[in-house]
Design a protein around this ligand. Sequence first.
Ligand code: URA
Length: 439
Amino acid sequence: MLFTDVIRSKRDGGELNDEQIQFLVDGLTDGSIPAEQISALAMAIFLNGMTFEEAGKLTLAMASSGTVLDWQSDNLDGPVVDKHSTGGVGDKVSFLLAPIAAACGCFVPMISGRGLGHTGGTTDKIESIPGYNSMPEFETFRQTVKSVGCAIIGQTTDLAPADRRIYSIRDVTGTVESVPLITASILSKKIAAGLDALVMDVKVGSGAFMPTDEQATELAHSIMATAAKAGLKTHVLITDMNEVLGTTAGNAVEIEESMRYLRNDVREARLDEVVLALCGEMLITTGLETDRNNARRRCDEAVTSGHAAEIFGRMCTALGGPVDFVDNYSSYLPKAKVIRPVFGKGYVTDVDTRAVGNALIELGAGRRSVGEELDLSVGFTDFAPVGAMLDKERPLAVVHAASSEDAVAAEKNLLAACNTAEYAPAERPIVHGILTGDT
Ligand code: URA
């Protein structure tokens, strides 16, 4: 088979057959199809889409392109469940939800991604913790999940390797925002991780790959339908990404905010709402709870009791991080050379969150090209939420940069990305909907 025929078929609006999909996945996995041909096909899929049938086949073929985990022999006394987000700016939910869910009796083998487009990556963020091995041997990963209850790691070379390759090509070719490609990318990794259940966080808004509720709902249905075909029980929450989630965006700065949350020191309201809603849904999906209020209460108690923080600390130690990280996180995290507030005036009315993500890339917190090294210390803190009143005391955000020039550029980008007015805008809900497939 010639790969140019596969590209031409999709370019002309055709449906890829089983052999063509397998040829693509094999070529992605063994590297025999070059990046330029993969990019051309990704763009043709982006423009012409895929049927549910095609996307389902692509998902299953990508899931089987490497090791498929099986937790049966570990005799875990709780469900194996994970959460995955379609990507946002300031999304540090994973660092909170994994230990909270573990404290509530779940086992969470969280295999996360690196930054994609303007959105940040969990793997990059966790690597701000000195010594933390985000790419452990499989046995270490398995043992950590088993003994601690959760492990957050990066995508290993042997798990859905076909996705790993196409993901990095999509990242730099403007082909991320495709419903079938996002569906196959996310679900292939989750199916390969051997989960009993999955909760998806489909982000919607100016910082999401799906800017409108209609597009987010289309993606949610695609994910649920494809997951159902593969036998993976999945609930989806559609959550707001019209502003930075929490008060920080970057890498180390997000870990710092996460530690403050887990220690129950500061829990920003919107972040708290998303964490409790998603984590509560993990308890519902797995049948550990039947009532959403009880589920949320249990998750909240996991934080207030200190149990979730203790689990994060044990996970960190098991994967090579400092034993006292949760207590002394600030002394371990890298710090930027230049730290400076950005002032504005009036109420924050709306934020171009994608532009904030792009400003992070310019600061060095995100990638422009495959494999680029990041500066984990840079980013934004103290981000004012929509509705906040800015004045001489209350900045729009604090920039953490590697140089004064970078700080000046970031300030300009931030001010251009955020609108202010004399009056506060109406409040927006943070959770736009919950889809369980039963309704
Ligand atoms: N997250 C993924 O894992 N893949 C995508 O394509 C988008 C978000």
